[in-house]
Design a protein around this ligand. Sequence first.
Ligand SMILES: Cc1ncc(COP(=O)(O)O)c(C=O)c1O
Length: 424
Amino acid sequence: MNAATNPIWHPFTQMKTATPPIPIERAKGCTLYAQDGKTYIDAISSWWVNIHGHSNDFIAAEIARQASTLEHVIFAGFTHAPAMTLAERLIRILPDNFSKIFFSDDGSTSVEVAIKIALQFWHNQHIAHKTKIIAFENAYHGDTFGAMSVGMPSVFTAPFQKHFFKVDFIPTPTSENIGDVKRMMTALIETGTVAAFLFEPLVQGAGGMLMHRADHLDELIALAQQHEVLCIADEVMTGFGRTGKIFAIDHLKNKPDLICLSKGITGGFLPMGVTACSEKIYQAFHSSEVEKTFFHGHSYTANPLACAAANASLTLLLSDQCQQQIKNIERSHAQFLEKIRDNKFVTNVRQTGTILALELTTNEQSSYFNSTRHTIYPFCLNEGVLLRPLGNVVYIMPPYCITPEELKKVYSVILKLIEKIAEK
Ligand SMILES: Cc1ncc(COP(=O)(O)O)c(C=O)c1O
């Protein structure tokens, strides 16, 4: 189908210049099967959602079973077993301070919900001056207005920026800047106006797979909590095993008050967002005063099919087999990292859990708009591997069922790519 007759407007795509989308007929495990007979290893888990491989039989069967029992029901005034089970299971695997689960539709809405809960937490207690949010530079939290506001302003959000609420951005901590970042954060929170500190723990995904240390983040959370600032962990990307533990916050000593989950939650089958909060937060809403209610909800909230998928995905994730697969990927990435660390055509090779990232050395700045992207993406596709670089940042974030042979192929394509860039 040519661009003029295609009725679909694709996301994050300049439709005028983009090459036509590749029609995919089916997918199994890590392999995407295209209409023209080509196959691709999905090394980025289809925008980071797929954790157990495509068309997983167990998840598919659980969804089918649920679909012929209860496909959906309004979630105000009604509830159902798949949601109850999922909420109980999530609470069990989240840190001890979490006690309530609020369902929504996707990563952006899980962030919107967290921001609204944090702001209303102070409002409900008549603390009117706590309205500001602190976030990290290079943050990405989604594309709805609240989520865009707490993301680092960029070309992506330029047309909307005058409608954003005020957010203070601080640098992500490094060994060099941690003292300065703490001083900057202290100055902001000592004004007494900060409601919440929102962060992607350990890995900032869309910002370029930027990684920071758990102990540094711990220090910032401690600082925020000493000054009664709520902490929100956006684990939309890092949740469900990506960082080697079930949640990235499992690497931390200090636990946040709210957590945002999505992407891997259903194993990549159906959209779902979850915002979990601590009992302290929930108690600020639990009242006989009607205006203290959290007036928020979406038509498909806690959709039973999505809940069934999430329950099945969680069963797989917690199995010894999957935990072992995660460890195998970590070990395999670490070996590849050692192999290419000193290659002069790559810089900043880094790894957190199952995520490996590197930057191809070019004469341009490392950024989403680095023109090397136009070489990397088609080159890897042509080699049968789906890697969707962030500018010159190449990363691997595979489904956990990826085989050693498939991983080997992905690494070999990256090595070939480095050679190609070196030739230029
Ligand atoms: C950390 C983080 N938060 C929020 C989002 C938004 O999620 P969604 O695309 O499902 O709205 C993303 C998406 O990439 C993300 O990486």
